[in-house]
Design a protein around this ligand. Structure first.
Ligand SMILES: NC(=O)c1ccc[n+]([C@@H]2O[C@H](COP(=O)([O-])OP(=O)(O)OC[C@H]3O[C@@H](n4cnc5c(N)ncnc54)[C@H](OP(=O)(O)O)[C@@H]3O)[C@@H](O)[C@H]2O)c1
Length: 336
């Protein structure tokens, strides 16, 4: 089978196409013919050695993929040949609260991922594809969509009529926009580009703020709520944005700490956190049970993931470079 591995050392130049022996599913495993893989910012960090510099190489990157089951091992009961499935981001986290042990087997690092034609996985490491989705679309679900779902639904308990502030138009934020609209919440979204804000409005965002030309986007967001502050912020900017997120949220509101696109650390004024009784919740993707719950909701609503661009397997490096360039809107997919 053809696969891609980070070999020898980290960096996009060391992401190489290789021929590996076809895997055979052992007891409890299913063999998936991968048809599509979607990229997450984490995959880019992994390739560049910034996610876990101690990650052992070679590694097949990418946590998220979709394909069809072509063989099953002994004892597999709930999955059959021909089933369309996606990967599960953290197969050890089936349900409940996360733990170190449950998160020790995440795909695409530390364990081999999906950027390969064939992948043998434990049956509990796959989930059925919602019937209305193609492989390209379904490949986007395991990490980005589930992170947005856990943030707004499981932890956030978002309600119709709430106002959510989203940052940027990448994979997590666009899923958060779609989920917020599904629930009946109002969306305010920031972006570096007016053209992306226009697309976000087409998806149902009520207000778009250009974060480059309006660095006081937090004040604008607050003003849009009559000065009260938004109910929920989905925080992906990290050091760049965190303090302003605390200033945008209402008293008793929530901030989901998801990403650090603008840096891991920096000075921060903690006073609003106390004085406004803000609830900050760190989010790390979600469990398989939550993935199934989200998939049910997506299927019922016929919610379609937003795919920015589909690359072919021999364009893997271009696909990663496209993500690094930050010009995308929604998800980047590689067809396998
Ligand atoms: N905790 C978790 O479980 C989890 C799961 C998934 C992702 N993440 C993290 O969440 C972040 C987003 O991931 P993703 O896969 O959605 O990335 P992505 O698709 O690459 O999205 C990046 C987009 O965010 C916006 N952006 C970039 N820098 C920004 C900044 N400093 N402030 C505000 N917006 C900024 C840009 O959109 P515009 O051009 O429109 O502004 C950019 O295109 C990453 O840090 C990732 O590691 C965490």
């Amino acid at each position: 089978m053809k696969a891609y591995q980070i070999r020898g050392q980290f960096g996009l130049d060391h992401l190489e196409a290789v021929d590996l022996p076809d895997p055979t599913p052992t007891a409890g495993e299913v063999l998936v013919r991968v048809r599509a893989v979607s990229l997450n910012y984490r995959d880019l960090l992994m390739v560049n050695g910034q996610y876990n510099p101690r990650q052992k190489l070679p590694l097949i990157p990418c946590s998220d993929g979709a394909g069809e089951v072509v063989a099953v091992g002994a004892g597999v009961v709930g999955t059959k040949v021909g089933d369309r499935v996606t990967s599960v981001f953290a197969p050890g986290w089936q349900a409940g609260e996360p733990s170190r042990a449950k998160l020790s087997t995440t795909l695409g690092g530390p364990v081999d991922g999906l950027l390969t034609e064939l992948r043998a996985l434990p049956e509990h490491a796959v989930a059925p594809v919602p019937a209305h989705l193609s492989f390209d679309e379904a490949s986007t679900l395991p990490c980005a969509a589930l992170t947005a779902w856990r943030s707004l639904v499981t932890e956030g308990q978002l309600k119709p009529g709430d106002t959510v502030l989203l940052q940027g138009t990448g994979g997590v934020s666009i899923f958060a926009l779609q989920i917020a609209r599904l629930i009946g919440a109002r969306v305010i979204i920031t972006s570096s580009e007016d053209a992306k804000l226009a697309r976000a409005r087409e998806l149902g965002a009520a207000h778009g703020i250009n974060r480059k030309t309006s660095p006081d986007w937090h004040k604008e967001a607050r003003a849009l709520t009559g000065g009260l502050g938004v109910d929920h912020v989905v925080e992906v900017g990290g050091a760049d944005t965190f303090e302003r997120s605390l200033q945008a949220v209402r008293m008793g509101g929530r901030v989901s700490a998801i990403g650090v696109l603008g840096g891991n650390s920096g000075p921060i004024n903690l006073i609003p956190l106390l004085m406004q009784s803000i609830r900050v919740q760190g989010i790390l993707v979600g469990s398989r049970e939550e993935l199934l719950e989200m998939n049910r909701a997506f299927e019922l609503a016929k919610l379609k993931p937003v795919v920015d661009r589909v690359f072919e397997l021999d364009q893997v490096r271009e696909a990663f470079a496209h993500m690094a360039g930050g010009k995308h809107f929604g998800k980047i997919v590689i067809r396998v």
